[in-house]
Design a protein around this ligand. Structure first.
Ligand SMILES: O=P(O)(O)OC[C@H]1O[C@](O)(CO)[C@@H](O)[C@@H]1O
Length: 427
């Protein structure tokens, strides 16, 4: 193993740096958006004001004595960081704690009327209902009769590029969606990824049924069951852990990929890891999975067929949703607890989605970009793949020529603009 002694962790304190802008500009903007999205009463407005002041000038305050997860946050570093500036502690920690404090302010965990009300839900639903989402779903009809390896690639890339759909990112960077994505990946280990899963059963019929076919089927239940039997036709019995990132336009392609892998026997079961509570604006929770499935099942054409198949997969256990508390921890995955470690160890492959999960996977440190990804993820208990669009400074696993070309063309911008993407795998 080459040099993996971790370089300094990224802090948010350097004015002009990307992390600093997230703490100083994005977080106040998010407070404002949330405030405007609900008719909260005066108490919540006061608490949001206090959080706004606290983020700008104050020091990190501990969670209130009655908070149910207070002890957990103490083990995650709250005692060490309370009393210090938001800008002086690890950025991963302060950014994560901001979302926990925002939920505190809006009464998400309280005993009152706002308990359990996701402050980001209006933004997530608006995205799910956007015409762009329907356009993306309609593309599935054109894939239905393509060879399976073409569908493999299309659905993997759909899941990868779905990671551009990140509401927190767009809140602070309204131009983000307009910038063209650069299709060439900065690292592409997709062949290794496919090699970790049993070969697709090529005899399996296309995993999409058109509405016409569904209508022709007198018994919709039989159609759904047939879809699942197709899923059983391949040879894969292994578990695929899919560590989700954003809801809506990222989660839908993630679910489509899961359905495709199940349908072609490339795994026997998918465990979808989501956040236990609203986080980083658009991160997916169980409620968001249900919304995405409803969206799919209500769609026409191939998308609807995928939706029905996924719904059935959930009810019969082929697709399970998991909301482990550590999924919203302010810590790298290297610090994961034993039960989660055992789950990932037992999986044939864990696919980790998105920028935040990448930061947690490799450690939110100032790595040299050419530090091997396989070295920094050597601690991970099983084969792991990262699918990520680049939205923060951390990067590993580049070859020197790629790094040099990116720097020559864009300076540091390629790291945070959300225009580049990667697929990295440690087998
Ligand atoms: O939804 P994603 O891909 O995890 O992106 C969220 C990322 O956005 C950021 O806020 C930076 O843009 C990071 O802090 C975080 O890693």
């Amino acid at each position: 193993m080459s040099d993996i002694s971790a370089p300094p962790v990224i802090l948010g304190g350097e004015p002009g740096s990307f992390p600093h802008s997230v703490l100083a500009e994005r977080h106040p903007a998010i407070i404002q958006q949330v405030r405007e999205a609900f008719p909260y009463g005066p108490d919540i407005h006061r608490r949001l004001d206090a959080l706004l002041d606290n983020c700008a000038e104050g020091v990190i305050e501990p969670l209130p004595a009655g908070a149910l997860d207070r002890d957990r946050w103490r083990t995650w570093g709250m005692d060490a960081y309370a009393g210090r500036s938001w800008f002086d502690v690890p950025w991963l920690w302060s950014e994560s704690y901001f979302y926990r404090q925002l939920l505190e302010a809006v009464g998400y965990f309280g005993a009152g009327a706002w308990q359990g009300i996701d402050p980001f839900r209006p933004f997530k639903l608006a995205e799910l209902d956007a015409p762009e989402t329907d356009e993306e779903l309609a593309v599935l009809d054109t894939l239905a009769d393509r060879p399976v390896d073409e569908r493999d690639r299309a659905l993997l890339h759909g899941s990868l590029w779905g990671n551009r759909a990140d509401l927190g990112f767009r809140l602070s960077d309204v131009e983000a969606q307009k910038r063209a994505a650069v299709p060439a990946l900065v690292a592409d280990d997709s062949e290794t990824l496919w090699s970790l899963l049993p070969a697709a059963d090529a005899d399996v019929v296309a995993d999409t049924d058109t509405d016409a076919e569904v209508d022709a089927d007198a018994d919709a239940g039989a159609e759904i069951a047939a879809g699942i039997r197709q899923g059983g036709a391949g040879s894969g019995t292994g578990v695929l852990c899919l560590v989700a990132d954003n809801a809506g336009r990222e989660l839908i392609p993630d679910l489509l990929l899961a359905a495709h892998l199940l349908a072609h026997g490339r795994c026997g079961r998918v465990v979808l890891h989501v956040k236990p509570y609203p986080y980083y604006v658009s991160d997916a929770t169980t409620a968001d999975v249900v919304d995405a499935l409803r969206k799919l099942t209500a769609a026409r054409g191939a998308a609807g067929a995928y939706g029905r198949r996924l719904w059935k997969a959930m009810t019969d256990g082929a697709l399970t949703v998991r909301a482990h508390p550590f999924s919203a921890a302010p810590l790298p995955y290297a610090a994961m607890p034993g039960d989660l470690r055992a789950e990932f160890a037992a999986a044939a492959l864990t696919i980790v989605k998105g920028d935040l999960n990448y930061r947690r996977l490799v450690g939110d440190s100032r790595w040299r970009p050419t530090t091997p990804f396989t070295d920094v993820t050597a601690y991970f208990p099983g084969p792991v793949a990262a699918l990520r669009t680049l939205k923060s400074d951390v990067i590993t696993g580049l070859d020197a020529a790629t790094e040099a070309a990116l720097v020559a063309a864009e300076g540091r911008r390629w790291r945070t603009a959300g225009t580049h993407a990667l697929i990295q795998v440690r087998a």
